[in-house]
Design a protein around this ligand. Structure first.
Ligand code: AMP
Length: 145
């Protein structure tokens, strides 16, 4: 399984915000799209940063509600780990587990091609296990599912 298999299921659409977007606007975008992290991009195709709910919570805890009027660039992470579509799924799982983040943008030649969340990866793994289970059950009982 590769990252391209995840994108085939979920699509390559990526929600981005510009670095100057205010944090209170960012909250609306997160809520509207029901997502936990957004790629920060000045032109909508390059990755300038990533900002997740955790960045907002941390900034609110430290600086209070004034953060809501600040630009996203005041709280985003600029050193973003990205993957290519050919990356094996287990490599990305290891990356997410070791670095403790739940989102990884997919980039080809500097251009955004999708984003993968830990939820997407877990869903694919569950589907994979279910398909294996059903094949094995069919093999044992002599039935095909
Ligand atoms: P998350 O678990 O994805 O909500 O993110 C936890 C922390 O890691 C936040 O500070 C994010 O800005 C940061 N982060 C999320 N994804 C990445 C990534 N792919 N590369 C680097 N940092 C990230």
């Amino acid at each position: 399984m590769r990252i391209s298999d995840v994108l085939r299921v979920k699509g390559d659409r990526v929600v981005t915000v510009a670095p100057a977007t205010r944090v209170d606007e960012l909250l609306k975008v997160l809520a509207e799209h029901r997502i936990g992290a957004i790629v920060v991009s000045a032109d909508g195709t390059r990755v300038d940063g990533i900002v997740s709910e955790r960045d907002i919570v941390r900034a609110l805890a430290v600086r209070g509600a004034a953060v809501l009027a600040e630009p996203v660039s005041a709280i985003h992470t600029t050193e973003v780990r990205t993957v290519v579509p050919e990356a094996p799924l287990d490599e990305v799982e290891r990356l997410m587990t070791e670095r403790r983040f739940r989102h990884v943008p997919v980039v080809v030649d500097g251009v955004l091609h999708g984003i993968v969340s830990i939820g997407d990866v877990v869903k694919l793994r569950i589907d994979e296990l279910e398909s294996e289970r059903s094949s094995l059950a069919g093999y044992i009982t002599g039935e095909r599912s």
